[in-house]
Design a protein around this ligand. Structure first.
Ligand SMILES: NC(=O)c1ccc[n+]([C@@H]2O[C@H](COP(=O)([O-])OP(=O)(O)OC[C@H]3O[C@@H](n4cnc5c(N)ncnc54)[C@H](OP(=O)(O)O)[C@@H]3O)[C@@H](O)[C@H]2O)c1
Length: 317
């Protein structure tokens, strides 16, 4: 079957570690697993980290990339694949598709049957494929971890990314006042169109916010701390620009801030995200959709840092 996979580890040139070619059909480890016919998948920064060797070791290669898929299950149902696979041998208690088990950027992907969530009819496969990683992560950051409440405000850092555009769009749809930073003037304009107040990185906001959505790390964390209102939740799910920001601990206790880690979300949270999107009419922000044969261009688009929203792969072409 066709697959986009890591064939090498290249810390400084991740795209050179990507191969688009043939891989064997999925193996089902137990009777509880099924093979899903993938109709659309979406790329995540996670795929670039894997190609760089973060979370993936040379002895695990070749590894099919991709956490996100929507497709058809063996009974003919349209499904979204929840990418978090229970794994008691992993210190987190789970692994993500493409870490220990072959990923979703292929004609077919094997997953436990319990990881399938019904795709609502109103979603295209491309829209549904955006949800299991970036949108689920943003949803959990805002709700379960950030506990964003009525009348509260949200700051999203690095607003062009997959998680960040999801957080902006979800925060606005939830009726929150949303501020978002981006290095790019063009992306700031796109953020404004989503209903947020866009500012350049580091700029003082008109108010201190109750929830901060952090996936950028070193480059923005000081601004996140300075923008936080007393009692704010600073929710961290990534550190694209580096893992060791300066932290003024005095702010943490003076203002009784909470700095919270967050990763992905549960199948129940994916269901509640789908329910929210269905009732609100909100749909994922898609930067671009590429045919499977253009998977390398899709990766180049993600790696360029110029994307606004999700980079999607349409497996039907
Ligand atoms: N823990 C989890 O479960 C989880 C889930 C998903 C993602 N993540 C992590 O979250 C991060 C974002 O993931 P993604 O898939 O949304 O990535 P992405 O689509 O590639 O977006 C990355 C965004 O980060 C911003 N950025 C990158 N470098 C920056 C810098 N030096 N200074 C300021 N902003 C910078 C950019 O924003 P602008 O161009 O707008 O400035 C860019 O749009 C990654 O590190 C990823 O591994 C974690």
């Amino acid at each position: 079957m066709r697959a986009a996979y890591a064939s090498a580890i290249k810390p400084d040139d991740p795209l050179a570690a990507l191969t688009v070619g043939e891989r064997p059909e999925p193996v089902l480890p137990t009777d509880d697993w099924v093979s899903v016919e993938v109709r659309a998948s979406a790329l995540n920064h996670h795929d670039l980290w894997s190609l760089r060797g973060v979370g993936l070791r040379a002895e695990q290669l070749p590894m099919i990339l991709g956490c996100d898929a929507a497709g058809i299950d063996p009974d003919g149902n349209e499904v979204v694949v929840h990418a978090v696979i229970d794994d008691p041998t992993d210190q987190r208690g789970y692994s993500l598709l493409s870490e220990r088990h072959q990923g979703a950027l292929a004609d077919r992907v094997a997953v436990p049957r319990g990881n399938l969530v019904v795709k609502p009819a109103g979603f295209s496969f491309a829209e549904a494929a955006c949800l299991p990683t970036a949108w689920l992560t943003a949803w959990r950051m805002l709700t379960t971890r950030g506990r964003v409440a009525d009348g509260e405000s949200v700051l999203v850092q690095g607003a062009g990314g997959g998680v960040a555009t999801a957080a902006v769009a979800l925060g606005v749809a939830m009726g929150k006042r949303v501020y978002a930073t981006s290095r790019s003037a063009a992306k700031r304009e796109r953020v404004s169109e989503l209903g947020a107040t866009a500012v350049a990185p580091g700029v003082r906001l008109p108010e201190r916010v109750d929830v901060v959505i952090e996936t950028v790390g070193e480059a923005t964390f000081d601004h996140s701390m300075k923008s936080a209102a007393p009692g704010a939740r600073i929710v961290v799910a990534g550190c694209t620009s580096g893992p060791t920001p300066p932290v003024d601990l005095r702010r943490v206790f003076w203002l009784q801030l909470e700095i919270l880690g967050s990763t992905m979300g549960s199948a129940n949270e994916l269901q509640s995200l789908l329910a929210f999107l269905t009732s609100s009419g909100l749909r994922p922000v898609i930067d671009s959709a590429h045919g499977f044969t253009e998977a390398e261009q899709a990766f180049a688009r993600l790696a360029s840092g110029e994307a606004f929203g999700k980079v999607v792969i349409d497996h039907t072409r």
